[in-house]
Design a protein around this ligand. Structure first.
Ligand SMILES: CCCC/C=C/CC(=O)SCCNC(=O)CCNC(=O)[C@H](O)C(C)(C)COP(=O)(O)OP(=O)(O)OC[C@H]1O[C@@H](n2cnc3c(N)ncnc32)[C@H](O)[C@@H]1OP(=O)(O)O
Length: 378
């Protein structure tokens, strides 16, 4: 017998509309007005992002002359707009609407909670520690193989934002227990909001755009310590890390087709670039699982360590790196990232548009249902 969540998920899926979810001009105008009503200052970085998207949505690509270096504010605005390159007006409009919507909902969810603004977040399923110049973000849901829940996506974003600003020099993502991460928690698909599947897909799209965007824009060296098997989004994101160390027990599996889904985490761009199109296709289209050594041979993994000495060797290495001059490391990271930052954001948008279609498909519905009703494991 199917669980209640699975049945309700199925019913919603059968009734959902096939209309595309592009933001209309009216949605855009509403978002522009909503921005004026925000009570909390979203911060300079966010304001620049919104400015750039607004200009791109209303005027198209930046073709203004670059302001002089002494005109700091105009230059920051110009840089932000110019970084969007040839992003289509329609995509910029949609990104703007989604960004404002996420700001409004985080503002309303913090209302009425005394001290919500000043409180350091206590993460339920992450352990964040800072020591020896290294901030470690550890996924901490070992009994569920560190599958990422909706709350965890949000917490990882918060933890990365904090790590980007703290005084550590390197940030490390790792997993607790025998898995690094089993990817998206498939129960995320059963938590259907009042607006049905359409609203769910829209919320997931906002969540994912923001989540992947954070990895694209992370300002410091970012290291993955892959302590065990990795699945789905935890694999695709590796293409956005600066270094990937893996235990020889780790495997790398992206079974998107089996799940009726399509790649995310910018992997449709980073994987062919890293390993060549033929190897990338075998992983992303056919779901071939790689061993740690294969992933290393294909350039996705920097170095593989025996599982028995993984922790000791990785942390000794990272502690030595963390003593290098931090500003030089940041500058090098930024130079490398700036070459393709715009391309990565555009890829993120494209992948999410495709996924929204996939999430509404029968192929995806059946795959999720088979997992939740314990019929299929990867
Ligand atoms: C909103 C943004 C969306 C972004 C999209 C991302 C795409 C992806 O990430 S696709 C990848 C999704 N992941 C999977 O499909 C993995 C599903 N899990 C499995 O196939 C297996 O659990 C496993 C191969 C990872 C491990 O098998 P094993 O036999 O060793 O352990 P289990 O008994 O199956 O697992 C223990 C426990 O953990 C639960 N669990 C594991 N992975 C997930 C998951 N991804 N979602 C939800 N729950 C998961 C599993 O159900 C077990 O729970 P119970 O002990 O309560 O039965």
């Amino acid at each position: 017998m199917l669980s209640r969540e699975v049945s309700s998920f199925l019913v919603q899926q059968m009734h959902m509309s096939q209309t595309a979810m592009r933001a209309s001009h009216k949605d855009f105008e509403t978002a522009v007005n909503q921005m004026k009503l925000l009570k909390k200052d979203p911060g300079n970085e966010m304001k620049l992002k919104l400015y750039a998207l607004y200009k791109q949505a209303t005027e198209g690509p930046c073709n203004m002359p670059k302001p002089g270096v002494l005109d700091l504010i105009s230059k920051a605005k110009w840089d932000s707009w110019n970084a969007l390159g040839s992003l289509p007006k329609e995509t910029a409009r949609q990104n703007y609407v989604e960004l404002v919507s996420s700001l409004s909902s985080s503002e309303s969810s913090s209302q009425g909670k005394p001290g919500a603004d000043s409180k350091q977040p206590g993460y339920e399923t992450l352990v964040v520690t800072s020591e020896d110049g290294i901030t470690k973000i550890m996924l901490n849901r070992p009994t569920k193989k560190n599958a990422i829940t909706t709350q965890m996506y949000q917490d990882i974003v918060l933890a990365l934002e904090a790590a980007g600003k703290d005084d550590s020099t390197i940030t490390v993502l790792t997993g607790n227990g025998d898995y690094y991460c089993s990817g998206n928690d498939l129960n995320n698909f059963t938590d259907i909001p009042p607006g049905g599947i359409e609203e769910q897909a829209k919320n997931n799209a906002i969540l994912l755009r923001n989540f992947v965007g954070c990895f694209i824009d992370f300002p410091k060296p970012l290291v993955a310590a892959v302590n065990g098997p990795a699945v789905g989004i935890s694999v695709t994101l590796l293409g956005l890390f600066d270094i990937v160390y893996a235990s020889d027990r780790a495997t790398f599996h992206t079974p998107f087709t089996h799940l009726g889904q399509s790649p995310e985490g910018c992997s449709s761009y980073t994987f062919p670039k890293i390993m060549g199109p033929a190897k990338a296709a075998e992983m992303l289209i056919f779901g071939k699982k790689l061993t740690a050594r294969e992933a290393c041979a294909q350039g996705l993994v920097t170095e593989v360590f025996p599982d028995s000495t993984f922790q000791k060797e990785v942390w000794t290495r990272l502690k030595a790196y963390s003593k290098l001059p931090p500003n030089a490391m940041r500058t090098s990271k930024q130079l490398i990232r700036n070459v393709e930052r715009e391309k990565l954001h555009a890829t993120n948008s494209e992948e999410i548009s495709a996924l929204q279609g996939r999430w509404r498909s029968e192929e995806c519905t059946n795959a999720v249902m088979n997992f939740l009703s314990r019929k299929v494991k990867l």
